[in-house]
Structures are given as structure tokens and as C-alpha cells.
Design a protein around this ligand. Structure first.
Ligand code: C2E
Ligand code: CA
Ligand code: CA
Ligand code: CA
Length: 279
């Protein structure tokens, strides 16, 4: 793409082309990934702050690309959201998380809810209700063992449809969590009107909280407010014993993070579940 007298053009085009190429390669690869089962779920525990026991599981998608290796979700979920393919991915993730949790329950392991991340886009245009009902029916999991994590961004558009969908999911007995709370537009006034089960405080609020007075007073105020609306607070991204102690002191209900465990492949998570179930 050489053009005489236009140094800028000449200079920037190659990098641009590579980025675009990579994006297109990933985007095209998504369909094949789903067909050839290159996706898998990893599972990360949520711990009760009060008892220290395992009280929930978050399912997180992984993509093992045959040539490019492990691709993190931050690299392909945004692409899938843009192209609309996220609806297919969400469907697969939801079904697989339900199936796996039911299999663990049938094996006599501790019954705890599994949380599934669902894209905001699914609330606007997909047939989310049908997708959820199909997943429940096909796997036989009880809805009380399912939680759906959505980000605050979901309230930016089409609010009536979003509220209606949330009420429907709650009527089935599914729990609803607000993910990455505090990073998006503040929607506390909207949350108040909805039957939300819990709010997940983003890791940016937790990181270094014991050494940051301003941060800890903000978090304290958020927790009080969330509790006053009868919702639980989950601290995300807890990495140190200090952060954990601090979150407990501030009355967080549940803790999640590398301190307890990284997200694990199903087999390894099962071993952990087994050791907790036999106690
Ligand atoms: P998220 O839902 O906020 O998930 C939490 C992310 O933080 C996960 O990254 C998790 O591995 C990571 N994490 C957990 N504990 C710690 C910690 O102590 N320290 C640090 N630094 N990080 C921690 P992951 O798995 O790479 O996922 C990134 C994002 O991709 C997720 O953020 C979520 O927005 C999206 N995502 C992941 N799986 C799915 C999925 O199945 N469907 C959809 N729609 N989105 C997904
Ligand atoms: Ca999440
Ligand atoms: Ca989060
Ligand atoms: Ca996130």
C-alpha cells in the first residue's frame, strides 16, 4: 500500500492490516471453534465470608485454538458481541454449565449454584427466555442452582424488556448478579426496583483496599447501601489475605479470587468439590 508522498499512510497500513487480519482470523474461527468443541469452561469458587466454605461457582469460558493456543475471553468475547455470534456462545456456555453442575450433583457432590456470564446483547435481541428454558429442560438442573451474571451496561438500552426478562428469570427461581459493579454507569436507583440477588464488586475496588482509606470508605458505603436493598455483596479478585480480611470486616458476604483458587478445568475443580463434600 505504498503511496508516493504519503509517509504516514505507508507507515501505518501494515500494523493496521495485521490487527485487522488477526481479528478476522479469530472471528472466522469462532464458528469452527463451537463446531469442533475448542471451547471449554473453567470454574472458580466463591467462598462464604462467614464460614469460609465453598458457596458458589463461576463458569468462565476458555478457547484452545489449534494454532494460536489458549485465547483469553477478553480477546474474543468482544468480537463475538460485535458480530452477534455471542448468542451461540452464551447458549453453549449456559448448557454446558448446567450439564456439569447437574452431573456433579448426581455424583453426590455438594449442591451449590453455578454462575454463568450472559452478554447484555442477549437481553435485547436474542431469545434469552427460550435459550434458558431449553438449557434447564435438557439438563434437568433445578433453577435455584443457576445464577446469571450481567453487567450494569445491560440497563443502558431497552430497559422495559430487560426488566421483564429479569422478572421472568427470577420467577423461575434463577438468581441474578450484577457483575463488575461500580465500573459502569451507576444504576443503583434501577437496581432498587429489581429482584437482584447480589452485586459483585469489581476487583479495582478490592485491590490494595487495606492500604487505601479513600477506597475503603467508598466500598464501605457501597456495601451498606447494597445491604439496605437486601442484596448480597461479592468481592471479586481477592488476591491477598489482607484484602480478604478487610472485605470480611466490611461485611462482604462472599469472596472470590486467586487467594482461594484460580479458575480450574472441570476435573481439577471436581477434586476440590469432592474434598469439600466429604467434610
Ligand atoms: P468477569 O466475569 O468479571 O470474570 C472475572 C475475571 O477475573 C476472570 O477472567 C477471572 O479469571 C479473573 N479473576 C478471578 N480472580 C482473580 C484475581 O484474584 N485476580 C485477577 N487479576 N483476576 C481474577 P477471565 O476468565 O479471563 O474472563 C474475563 C472476562 O471475560 C469475564 O470477566 C467476562 O466478562 C468475560 N467472560 C468470561 N467467560 C465468559 C462467558 O462464558 N460468557 C461471556 N459472555 N463472557 C465471559
Ligand atoms: Ca462474571
Ligand atoms: Ca466481574
Ligand atoms: Ca469483567
Amino acid at each position: 500500500a505504498k503511496q508516493d508522498g504519503d509517509g504516514l499512510f505507508q507507515f501505518y497500513v501494515p500494523q493496521l492490516a495485521t490487527d485487522l487480519e488477526e481479528k478476522m482470523r479469530l472471528e472466522n474461527g469462532l464458528h469452527k471453534a463451537l463446531r469442533d468443541v475448542q471451547f471449554s469452561l473453567h470454574y472458580q469458587p466463591k467462598m462464604s465470608a462467614e464460614t469460609g466454605e465453598l458457596c458458589g461457582i463461576e463458569a468462565l469460558i476458555r478457547w484452545q485454538h489449534p494454532e494460536l493456543g489458549m485465547i483469553p475471553p477478553d480477546k474474543f468475547i468482544p468480537l463475538a458481541e460485535k458480530s452477534g455470534f455471542i448468542l451461540e456462545i452464551d447458549r453453549w456456555v449456559f448448557h454446558e454449565a448446567c450439564r456439569q453442575n447437574k452431573a456433579w450433583q448426581d455424583a453426590g457432590l455438594k449442591k451449590i449454584p453455578v454462575s454463568v456470564n450472559i452478554s447484555a446483547r442477549h437481553f435485547y435481541q436474542g431469545s434469552l427466555k427460550e435459550m434458558i428454558l431449553a438449557g434447564l429442560n435438557e439438563t434437568g438442573i433445578e433453577p435455584q442452582y443457576i445464577s446469571i451474571e450481567i453487567t450494569e451496561g445491560v440497563f443502558m438500552q431497552n430497559i422495559d424488556r430487560v426488566i421483564e426478562t429479569i422478572l421472568f428469570l427470577r420467577s423461575l427461581g434463577i438468581q441474578i448478579s450484577i457483575d463488575d459493579f461500580g465500573t459502569g454507569y451507576s444504576s443503583l436507583n434501577k437496581l432498587q426496583l429489581l429482584p437482584i440477588s447480589d452485586v459483585k464488586l469489581d476487583r479495582s475496588f478490592i485491590q490494595g483496599i487495606s492500604r487505601d482509606e479513600k477506597k475503603s470508605s467508598i466500598v464501605k458505603a457501597i456495601i451498606e447501601l447494597v445491604h439496605s436493598m437486601n442484596m448480597k455483596v461479592v468481592a471479586e479478585g481477592v488476591e491477598t489475605a489482607d484484602e480478604s480480611r478487610y472485605c470480611k470486616d466490611l461485611r462482604c458476604d462472599e469472596l472470590q479470587g486467586y487467594l482461594f483458587s484460580r479458575p480450574l478445568p472441570a476435573g481439577q475443580f471436581e477434586d476440590m468439590l469432592r474434598s469439600q463434600s466429604s467434610e
